[in-house]
Ligand binder design. Structure first.
Ligand code: C5P
Length: 238
């Protein structure tokens, strides 16, 4: 599996809408010092060409499209993403065991290096009342635990989880199950709209394997300097 823990665990969220902005930004980065995340906005705007370009430039690309559909459709979408050479991709755990197993089988049947496959459990935008409204009488914490365990049983490599959940999930699911954590703010940087935040060092010591960091790097006066300082804070030196 493509879990290269010797490389930087920082995944820079490319939350831009235009290819030109991304290209100008990425030009300053090196694949040795970070990985890159492409989400729904950028992918919908520019399509798979950019993914292929960044993969060709040797970047590890996390394709964050959170697939959620019938097993056959998700399996096929995963195969296409794997064929693009992405390093990591994700699905919604609430799509269920059959959907996750189909995604896993589809990736496992592709030749070459297999991308990491992780799941989103409960969106951090969902409060207990939102879960009740969709018929789930359960606390978000319990639902996260349930879906993370189901993700592991379905053979996936890990989950996206908030900094608040890292420690509990690490204890519950062990060190081999990857925890990918957004909501990271280096000391002194703007919190923005993130509510529960952790510093890079705290998230890593709580058990996180990869840190998704967007604006603190993309909006920094000097993104490379900010990335270098985050990498040294977490003890990753090139
Ligand atoms: O700019 P910032 O560091 O807040 O960006 C975090 C990235 O992680 C964004 O791409 C956001 O969509 C994503 N994310 C998140 N919280 C989640 C899941 C994903 O912030 N629960």
């Amino acid at each position: 599996m493509l879990d290269k823990r010797h490389s930087s665990p920082v995944i820079v969220a490319l939350d831009f809408s235009e290819q030109r902005e991304v290209e100008e930004f990425v030009e300053r980065l090196s694949p040795d010092s970070c990985r890159l995340k492409i989400g729904k906005e950028l992918f919908t705007s520019v399509g798979p060409g950019l993914v292929r370009t960044l993969v060709k430039q040797d970047f590890d690309v996390f394709l964050d499209l959170k697939f959620h559909d019938i097993p056959n459709t998700v399996a096929k979408a995963c195969a296409v993403a794997a064929d693009m050479g992405v390093w990591m991709m994700n699905v919604h755990a609430s799509g269920g065991r059959k959907m996750m197993e189909a995604a896993r089988a589809s990736i496992d049947s592709t030749g070459g290096e297999k991308p990491l496959l992780i799941a989103v459990t409960v969106l951090t935008s969902m409060a207990e009342s939102d879960l009740v409204e969709v018929g789930l009488n359960v606390s978000p914490d319990k639902q996260v635990q349930r879906l993370a365990a189901l993700t592991q049983q379905s053979g996936l490599d890990g989950v996206v989880c908030s900094s608040r959940e890292v420690q509990g999930l690490h204890t519950m699911l062990g060190d081999d199950f990857l925890l990918v954590t957004p909501g990271i703010r280096p000391t002194g940087s703007d919190v923005g709209d993130q509510k529960r935040i952790m510093t890079p060092a705290d998230a890593m010591s709580a058990g996180s394997h990869y840190l998704v960091i967007g604006r603190p790097i993309t909006q920094a006066a000097d993104p490379v300097e900010m990335l270098d300082s985050i990498n040294s804070e977490i003890g990753f030196a090139r």
